[in-house]
Design a protein around this ligand. Structure first.
Ligand SMILES: NC(=O)c1ccc[n+]([C@@H]2O[C@H](COP(=O)([O-])OP(=O)(O)OC[C@H]3O[C@@H](n4cnc5c(N)ncnc54)[C@H](OP(=O)(O)O)[C@@H]3O)[C@@H](O)[C@H]2O)c1
Length: 310
């Protein structure tokens, strides 16, 4: 089979095209493109079928697992493919690791080291119990997220653009340092003991629930269920589509009840906004995938992220 690979502007990427066996898959084609171009490794490549000129439709993205024959029209043995460079890629686990490592390291620096001297506070710092518990709580949260990244999540996308590392790290590292600065501040005024216990107790319960949600999500792709999206079921997933985001937001609420800083609440609101957007997209995708037609199951009635708001 002869495959012509063009760029979106119509230029031929691989001069003279590529000759592949009739049983070749899209993954074989990606390898062949890499071999010839040297630069574009498979995860950098986005391969689509060409669209008629002027068409406003979205092009069909080639699935790397499928045979190239499935994309050929009729009996011809020629195929034209449009190539897009997605730019340098990084593993999802690497991306997550670096975004969580920042807050895990930065927060204790504010607790353990005399950083406030550089901000003009000369006196001795009295550490309140809530500041110590908040440190444990914070570190447990980010340590858990790193462990989940490597040992729990089963990502469907292997890689993400390198630029996301800088964007996501800027988000987590800046918020982490900002919250740490206020919670560990020498002039910090603690809440009363009961409020601290309620906040941290509730937050911890939500962190454990969040972990359990991630186990349930992991099992959706376990033993023969396939690598695609499934209907999440069990525990809070019987009520909300994105129970993991719900528990994430509530665990930050618990932290904020106990520590009570504006920085912490701002982070929670921004994070809730981001997760709500993602949850709406996930909810829509699952409803589309499981539409109850042609033997497919129908997606059950669920809240999106937080009953009774969405
Ligand atoms: N504080 C914040 O700003 C913030 C923001 C976002 C997330 N988080 C935390 O980080 C955690 C992970 O975030 P995330 O956005 O990666 O969560 P996510 O998209 O819900 O995914 C978690 C894992 O489950 C898989 N998954 C999700 N829905 C599935 C379905 N219906 N069928 C099969 N597999 C499914 C995902 O696969 P895919 O790889 O295919 O998606 C991924 O591997 C969240 O639960 C939350 O605790 C915090």
């Amino acid at each position: 089979m002869k495959v012509t690979v063009t760029t979106r502007s119509g230029r031929e990427l691989v001069k003279g095209g590529l000759q592949l066996t009739d049983s070749a898959t899209v993954a074989d084609l990606q390898e062949a493109i890499h071999k010839r171009t040297k630069r574009y490794y498979p995860s950098r490549q986005r391969l689509t079928l060409p669209l008629p000129s002027g068409s406003k439709e979205r092009p069909t993205v080639l699935n790397y697992k499928k045979s190239l024959k499935e994309y050929v029209d009729g009996n011809t043995s020629e195929l034209t493919i449009v190539f897009k460079d997605l730019g340098p890629q990084v593993n999802y686990s690497t991306l997550f690791f670096f975004e969580y490592l920042g807050p895990l390291i930065l927060y204790p620096i504010f607790y353990y080291f005399p950083v406030y001297k550089f901000f003009g506070y000369k006196g001795d710092r009295v550490i309140h119990p809530v500041q110590t518990y908040a440190l444990y709580y914070w570190c447990f949260h980010y340590f858990k997220r790193i462990m989940e990244t490597f040992f729990v999540h089963r990502f469907s996308h292997a890689t993400s653009p390198v630029s996301n590392v800088f964007r996501n790290c800027a988000y987590y590292w800046t918020f982490g340092a900002w919250i740490a600065y206020y919670v560990n501040h020498p002039l910090y005024t603690p809440v009363n003991d009961l409020q601290m216990k309620i906040g941290l107790g509730f937050g911890l319960l939500c962190q454990i629930s969040n972990f359990y949600c991630h186990i349930l999500l992991r099992n959706l792709r376990g033993s023969g269920a396939g690598s695609g999206y499934q209907i999440p079921r069990g525990f809070l997933f019987n009520i909300v589509t994105c129970a993991n985001y719900t528990t994430e937001i509530y665990q930050w609420l618990g932290f904020n009840i106990a520590t009570q800083t504006i920085a912490g609440y701002v982070f929670m609101v921004v994070a809730a906004g981001i997760m709500t957007n993602w949850a709406l997209a996930k909810h829509r995708r699952l409803k589309k995938l499981f539409d109850g037609k042609d033997g497919r199951p129908k997606y059950p009635r669920r809240w999106v992220i937080l009953p009774p708001f969405l």
